[in-house]
Design a binder for this molecule. Structure first.
Ligand code: NDP
Length: 231
């Protein structure tokens, strides 16, 4: 059955990969990005896919978030993929940390995915067994942290993981399933050219896991191949 999939940060990288994947399956896709007029890859896709809707969304901007239900015509959302992410300035370690930069990273990676889910909640409730997917990172795993540093990004993804756990518990009774994924080290602007896997490989494997996602996995931190990652 055709699904409605909503994806943030959809103009490039992993988000764009998800757009391509679900369009190829024939699903209806709402691609959210900060500057639709400059989203050339999405504009090209929209020329050949009538089931692609591109909408403006800066995930940290409250007025942009308030306009979301209207942009979505209040229709049912089967899969919400909170993908937009920001690493923050590189190479700023302990001793040089600045609260303002840290708050920006937290706003995009930790707060926005939950606020977007809250805004989309009435539309998620309209679907049967809706799924909320947040793209996190293994760098948010405390068990995995052997090298220190990356305070801004690590804490933002650890915070996202904690919030997602509560979300999964709170939405369990309505059969809305929620997980956080580590997408792998992926060849994108953020992952860089030396990353281990392509966007396509990451997306195909996560999409298989999303298809199979059920109540037993809701609230878990999953690797892109479906293996559970320690918090
Ligand atoms: P990219 O840097 O390639 O893309 C980031 C996307 O997020 C862009 O579409 C960007 O939009 C969007 N974005 C950033 N800030 C905002 C904002 N305020 N509002 C709306 N959109 C925003 O990253 P990836 O594709 O690699 O990353 C996707 C997700 O995967 C992120 O959450 C990232 O943390 C996570 N991840 C990636 C890994 C990797 O190896 N690549 C590893 C682990 C996790 P714009 O073009 O407007 O800047």
């Amino acid at each position: 059955m055709t699904k409605h999939v909503v994806i943030t940060g959809a103009n490039r990288g992993i988000g764009l990969g998800f757009v391509r994947h679900y369009l190829a399956k024939g699903d209806r896709v709402t691609a959210c990005c900060r500057r639709p007029g400059e989203a050339s890859a999405l504009i090209q896709l929209a020329e050949i896919h009538a089931n692609l809707n591109i909408i403006q969304l800066d995930v940290t901007d409250e007025s942009s978030l308030r306009a979301l239900p209207q942009h979505l015509n209040d229709t049912a959302i089967d899969i919400l993929i909170n993908n937009a992410g920001y690493y923050g300035p590189k190479g700023i370690g302990f001793g040089k940390l600045r609260a303002e930069e840290w708050q920006k990273v937290l706003a995009v990676n930790t707060i926005a995915p939950i606020m977007i889910t809250q805004t989309c909640y009435p539309m998620l409730r309209k679907a049967n067994n809706a799924k909320v997917i947040c793209i996190s990172s293994k760098m948010g795993s405390m068990a995995d942290n052997q090298s220190g540093g990356s305070y801004l990004y690590r804490s933002s993804k650890a915070g996202l993981n904690a919030a997602l756990k509560s979300l999964a518990i709170d939405l369990r009774s309505e059969a809305i399933f929620c997980v956080v994924f580590h997408p792998g080290w992926v060849q994108t602007d953020m992952g860089g050219p030396n990353a281990l896997i392509t966007v396509n490989e990451a997306v195909e494997q996560m999409a298989t896991c999303i298809d199979r996602l059920d109540a037993s996995q809701s609230g878990q931190f999953l690797n892109f191949d479906g293996k559970v990652i320690p918090w």
